[in-house]
Each structure stands twice: as C-alpha cells, then as structure tokens.
Ligand binder design. Structure first.
Ligand code: NAP
Length: 441
C-alpha cells in the first residue's frame, strides 16, 4: 500500500470542482481515503441541477464521475448530509486530514435596483432549478401566462433560460426537463422574450455554439438589430480574441436577418441596455432600461432611458456561494476567502466557491488539480481518524446518509419512470428520493 493509506480527505460538494479533486487525489495520493459529502441525495451538482436539460451530451460527464466513485474502494459518496446543518467544519477538520470546500455558488447575484423584490422577479439559479427539478425550486411556480418576459444578461445561463422557454415538447422529448415545467412552458401565452445585454456585441458573455442554437429553434425566432453590429474588430484586440468575437458577430449577423413574430415566440436580443428599475405594484409590470455605451470595455450609462412592458424578469447575472458559519467569506465577490485555494490549515477551496461562477466544466479540472497539489504538499503531522468517525457521528445524530449504491437505486427508479426517449423522470423532492430508495431496498 502507498504512503497515503493513512490519510483521509473530505470533499464537500460533488459537482465538477469536487469530483476533479477526487480524481486528482486518486492519481496523486494513491491509498488516501476520500469521502465526498453532498447535501442532496443526488450527486454531481450543476451537472444535474444546472446544465440545461436539452444539453444531455454535456451531462454525460457524469459517467466519468460515476467511474471515479464506483471503481475505487477508497472513495465514498455520502449524500443527504449538509455542511453547516448536519455537520460543522470543525467536526470535519477533527475527522479528516484535509477538508476541501467545493459546494458551488448556488445563490443569485442581485441587480441592486428598485423593484427587485416584486412578484415575478426570479434569479437564474431559482429559474433553472425549477425546470431542472431541483428540490429547492420545484415550487417556484413562475406565471408564464403573460405576454412578455425580460431576461437580464447575455451569458450562457441567459441563453439557456431564453432557449428552454422557447422550446416545444417535441424538441424537449429527449431531455429530462421537469414535466410540470414543460407543461407550463408549452401552455404559456408568453410571446416575447427580451434579452438585455448591458454592453455591446463585442463583449457578449455567451459562447458562439450556444448563441447559434438561438437561430435553430422550431417555434421561436431570435432577432437582433443588425445596424448596431460592427463590421470590424478593434485594432487593440489580439488575434485569438478577434477570432472568438468574429464568430459571435457572424452568428449575430445571421440572427439579424430573421423577423420578429414569424413563429410562436420571439427572442429579442437588445444590446447596450442596462436595467435601472423594475416597474409595477406588487407584481412586475415593466422594466426601465438605460441606454449604455462601452468605454475601454466598461459599461457607461448615457442617461437615456426606455421602458418595456413585461410581467416577468429573470436575472441571469451570475452567482455567489453560501456564507457558511465558521468559513471566512468575501461578501463582495461572493466566494470563500482563500489564498491560492488554501482557506485555513487543512481546509481548501475548489470550484466556484473558490473562483466564482466562471468557466466551463473543464476549467474546474485544471484548478482542482492545482489545489490538490497544495493539499498533498501540506499533509503533515498527526493523522486524523478518517471516515469511520464520520459514520459514528451520523449514527449518533440518526442522520440517513445516501451512499453511491443508494444513489444508483434512485437513478434506476428515475430511469424506469421515464417515458422514452426521455432519459429519466427526476424526483423533485428529497423526501420522494428517500421514500423511493427505502421502498426499493
Ligand atoms: P456570465 O457568463 O458571467 O454572464 C453574466 C451576464 O450578466 C453578462 O452578460 C453580464 O454582463 C451580465 N450582468 C452581470 N451583472 C449585471 C448587472 N448588474 N446588470 C446587467 N447585466 C449584468 O454568467 P452566467 O451566464 O451565469 O454563466 C456562468 C458560467 O457558467 C460562465 O462561465 C458560463 O460560460 C458557464 N456556463 C456555460 C454553459 C455552456 O457552456 N453551455 C451554460 C451555462 C453556463 P457583463 O458581461 O457586462 O458583465
């Protein structure tokens, strides 16, 4: 056995950030015992609850994560156990040599403008969680029997939201969208979706593949004003950036040829527009936007405003992590305070809790491997008791954790309940997952 067989690490969060730490530990600290603790019975974080239901190919990375757990005896999944609720950081630090915080960034950033608390304003995490059957958001019940929705932001999450709101049941047949969400989206009177970007086409935060999909929808047209699209790239832009931006611009030019109202729904992409107030009484009745210009890459208000009538606003402006008691937190950036991933002796951060909500799934790999290198280099001194001690603590507290074998049963129940070609019909509550599991065992 290797030199690491008496070491143990707890990873809190089983999304990409945490799973790549587990993979890195398996490669670089063979023999080390790894517990992956997650507050939900279902593993893999954003892969299940965040990635759009019509991006099933992206979700397939869960097969690799599954292998990481099932093919290695030293790796355990401990689901349905929440840091801060069921077990504290101090307790984990007393049990494991190292603790890696990788619990993601599930809270929506706020616009900080008047009217943000009106009925009909939703953050993207809540909205995406609703159509993805996330137990925290299944009761969101957004009213889609409206004429117009405003989506704030033009990142990939904003594109996901606008696209899913525009899809037909036929287009979503091969997905795992929540049945209740598909029923509401299909029955909705929603006609127009405005996507507001506070900067210009050259600064759009989305990627080209995602933008392109907006031109390929069966029952929705995406339109953009062609007159604001530049012909050339700024001289100051480097060649690599020019290439990326040119592709996005080309896609926008194609979209600018389309006409509004030709299909059931129209998505209007509106650049240089920043929200300054959400209008209405108790409920959203409109949104006041300010025209902007871009100076040295920054968004600057012009003072000119315009109003759009809408009955729903979905903010897709980025996410922040949870500030858990006892964990140093940077309120301004919404991440755990750390130095290159080191939070405090024996405690590390990985994934979005460390970097903020940016980058692709693959970005997490490099970052998690780098944090794992530090963690291994820091191993020293007294060895901690490890996983057995966690079992004792959970038993004392009468907490039912969900093992990976348990999860595979829940997964099988979801797959069996699906109507082909949908891959799974997700449970939407933790109680239903546990009840299904207990009945099947
Ligand atoms: P994002 O890429 O950071 O986009 C946020 C958007 O919100 C930007 O357009 C930003 O504008 C805007 N914004 C921020 N604050 C604002 C404010 N106060 N008022 C108006 N607009 C505001 O974030 P995201 O879309 O949540 O995505 C997070 C990460 O996940 C990204 O790296 C994304 O690529 C990734 N992701 C990838 C996929 C995929 O690959 N298919 C899918 C989903 C998410 P500025 O640019 O002007 O700041």
């Amino acid at each position: 056995m290797s030199g690491y067989s008496d070491r143990s690490v707890a990873i809190v969060g089983s999304g990409p950030g945490g799973m790549y730490v587990a993979q890195a530990l398996l490669e670089k600290a063979p023999g080390c015992k790894i517990d992956i603790i997650d507050r939900l019975p279902s593993p893999f974080g954003l892969i299940r609850g965040g990635v759009a239901p019509d991006h099933q190919k992206t979700k397939r990375v869960d097969q690799k994560y599954t292998q990481t757990i099932t093919e290695n005896n030293n790796v355990r999944y401990v689901g349905n156990i929440a840091l801060g609720r069921d077990v504290s950081l101090n307790e984990l630090s007393a049990i494991y040599d190292s603790v890696v915080l990788a619990y993601g960034a599930p809270y929506d950033n706020k616009l900080g403008i008047p009217g943000e608390d009106k009925v009909g304003v939703f953050g993207s995490n809540a909205f995406v969680g609703w159509y993805n059957c996330h137990p925290d958001f299944k009761d969101l019940s957004p009213n889609l029997n409206i004429s117009t929705a405003a989506v704030i932001g033009i990142g990939n999450v904003a594109i996901d939201v606008a696209r899913v709101l525009s899809r037909t049941p036929m287009e979503m047949a091969t997905t795992d969208i929540a049945d209740y969400a598909m029923t509401d989206i299909d029955a909705a009177t929603l006609k127009d979706i405005y996507m507001f970007a506070r900067r210009g086409p050259l600064e759009a935060a989305c990627t080209n593949n995602e933008l392109k999909e907006m031109g390929l929808l069966d029952a929705a047209t995406t339109v953009v004003d062609g007159s604001i699209l530049p012909d050339d790239m700024p001289e100051s832009m480097d060649d690599r950036e020019k290439k990326v931006r040119m592709r996005i611009l080309d896609t926008l030019k194609v979209l600018s040829q389309a006409k509004a109202n030709e299909k059931r729904r129209t998505v209007h992409i509106e650049f240089f527009a920043s929200p300054i107030e959400i209008l209405g009484g108790e409920r959203v009745e409109g949104i006041r936007m300010e025209r902007t210009k871009v100076e040295s890459g920054r968004c600057v208000g012009t003072g000119d405003t315009f109003d759009i009538r809408c009955e729903m606003v979905i903010t897709c402006i980025g996410s922040r992590a949870e500030a858990i008691e006892g964990i140093p937190f940077n309120e301004r950036s919404g991440i755990v305070k750390h130095q290159d991933g080191r939070v405090s002796p024996g405690v590390y951060a990985a994934g979005w809790v460390k970097r903020g909500a940016t980058g692709t799934i693959g970005t997490n790999r490099l970052d998690s491997y780098a944090v794992t290198d530090l963690l291994i280099a820091d191993f020293c001194g007294e060895k901690k008791p490890g996983p057995e001690k966690l079992n004792n603590l959970l038993n004392e507290r009468k907490l039912q954790s969900v093992s990976f074998d348990d999860w595979l049963i829940i997964k099988m129940l979801e797959e069996t309940a699906a109507t082909a070609p949908s891959p799974r019909k997700k449970f939407s509550t933790i109680e239903d997952m546990i009840a299904g599991l207990n009945a099947a065992r």
